[in-house]
Design a protein around this ligand. Structure first.
Ligand code: MN
Ligand code: MN
Length: 353
């Protein structure tokens, strides 16, 4: 039943965005981004009927294979955003470099046009992630976009699941909208989302265990030990392998998600990208009462040096993130107390250095 008092995204944006020189532009930009996500949602839900399954035969700047839908989504973003004059810079996972846009736009939009695209073939939820920054006065070069996450003025993601939802923050809480396809609007359905501080659910790709640092192994082992272990309660594990889907679950019912730094490649800081994955998710999660850490500091305080920079991500319910941070501190100052359970013979198979 249609509720005549429903709140659309544009109404919400106009009411919520704090006053400032870019407030009107930001409201308009968010409406444009929402329109882009509606188009991507329409494309994604067509599945193989669209005739755009599979690889495009190209690679992005990080050498990762691009799917046809990665490229279509990226083009929907650039074409849907660039024309308006609201942004002075655009950058995405699929672009080699920041794209400066001539004109009066003082906002910068950084985005992952299609997150989790590896899951498309198996019909699992995927999404789009975006971050909005303000360009400093007089900024003309691409380096003006390289600002820490604490400077974001808005962030959000769209999740293309059984329903399409848009989760958004402009620094005044995190709010969820559901796409009503008949009306063509995003309607506010989850105002002021709150991530519970306490959780018994964690998410990590366990196949990377042999590369983890000791504090992460310690944390996961303690969770797995359940009621008999040092945590004194049983934990569940979930892993969709689609950042948007994993974070959305945490946004709705709590949990902690880890894509930690690992020891495969000493110069590689985790796998996720700071500017268009870590920062926007950190902003959303913090605004919902959760925490977002690298294990050794707040994600949003990391000073970016490059557009495609990677970052370790430990994000979600505050009690767990604080605990994992503590384990990193103890490890770094040599006071680590690794958990060793007689139940897990596997521990003895691996020597963590
Ligand atoms: Mn992604
Ligand atoms: Mn992507």
């Amino acid at each position: 039943m249609l509720n005549p008092g429903y709140t659309t995204l544009s109404k919400f944006a106009i009411e919520q965005i704090p006053a400032g020189p870019n407030a009107r532009d930001l409201a308009s930009l968010l409406v444009d981004v929402a329109a882009v996500t509606k188009a991507i949602s329409a494309a994604v839900r067509k599945g193989p009927l669209l005739g755009l399954s599979g690889l495009a035969g190209s690679e992005n700047a990080q050498g990762e294979a691009q799917k046809k839908l990665d490229l279509l989504s990226d083009e929907l973003f650039t074409r849907g955003i660039e024309w308006s004059g609201l942004v002075g810079a655009l950058a995405s996972e699929e672009m080699d470099e920041v794209r400066m846009v001539a004109g009066r736009g003082r906002l910068a939009l950084v985005y992952d046009p299609l997150d989790g695209s590896g899951n498309l073939d198996v019909n699992v939820a995927v999404g789009s992630i975006f971050s909005v920054l303000e360009l400093p006065e007089g900024a003309v070069g691409p380096e003006a976009v390289l600002q820490k996450g604490a400077r974001q003025v808005a962030a959000g993601y769209a999740i293309y699941g059984p329903s399409t939802e848009l989760v958004l923050t402009v620094g005044r809480g995190t709010h969820g909208f559901t796409l009503d396809r008949e009306i063509g609007n995003y309607v506010l359905t989850a105002p002021d989302m709150r991530i519970p501080a306490r959780t018994s659910e964690y998410a990590i790709n366990s196949s990377n265990r042999r590369f983890w640092e000791p504090p992460v192994t310690r944390y996961v082992d303690e969770c797995k030990a359940g009621r008999e272990g040092p945590r004194g309660r049983d934990f569940n594990m979930r892993w969709v392998a689609s950042l948007v889907a994993d974070v959305h679950r945490i946004m709705v019912r709590g949990g902690v998600y880890l894509y930690p730094r690992d020891q495969r490649d000493a110069c590689r800081e985790g796998r996720l990208r700071l500017m268009y994955e870590g920062n926007p998710m950190a902003f959303l999660v913090e605004q919902a009462g959760g925490l977002a850490s690298t294990g050794r500091g707040r994600i949003m305080d990391v000073e970016p040096a490059a557009l495609h920079q990677r970052v370790p991500v430990i994000i979600g319910s505050s009690e767990e993130v604080e605990r994992i941070d503590l384990y990193h501190r103890e490890y770094d100052c040599g006071e680590d107390q690794p958990y060793s359970s007689p139940l897990f013979a596997e521990r003895s198979l691996f020597i963590n250095t």
